[in-house]
Design a protein around this ligand. Structure first.
Ligand SMILES: [Zn+2]
Ligand SMILES: [Zn+2]
Length: 105
């Protein structure tokens, strides 16, 4: 019986691998998502998903090591530094940074 192997779902993207145009788009979409209302938020996340190739609650790592990792903040290994206060996004660390140099607000 053949063993089915599945490539793992892509969970992370690298900001530095985006073209400069896409980096600009990413920054603008994140900025808009941070201020978006409930009706605007999901379409912005969907646009970010197309841009980055990952899906979910898309965040760029906010670690002080200037990590370029873009990841899904719903990942259980992601670490919340700070929940958004009046904004949507807050600050999150990618799973690797949460393990290596966890920050607290
Ligand atoms: Zn990181
Ligand atoms: Zn880090």
């Amino acid at each position: 019986m053949a063993v089915m192997t599945h490539a793992p779902a892509r969970l992370e993207a690298n900001y530095r691998n985006l073209s400069t145009d896409d980096q600009d788009r990413f920054d603008q979409l994140m900025e808009r998502a941070d201020h978006a209302g409930p009706h605007d938020y999901q379409p912005l996340m969907d646009a970010l998903a197309v841009l980055t190739g990952i899906s979910g609650e898309i965040r760029k790592c906010a670690c002080s090591c200037t990590c370029p990792v873009i990841f899904d903040a719903d990942n259980q290994d992601a670490h919340v530094i700070e929940y958004g206060d009046g904004y949507n996004l807050g600050r999150h660390q990618c799973p690797w940074c949460a393990d290596q140099h966890r920050e607290t607000a």
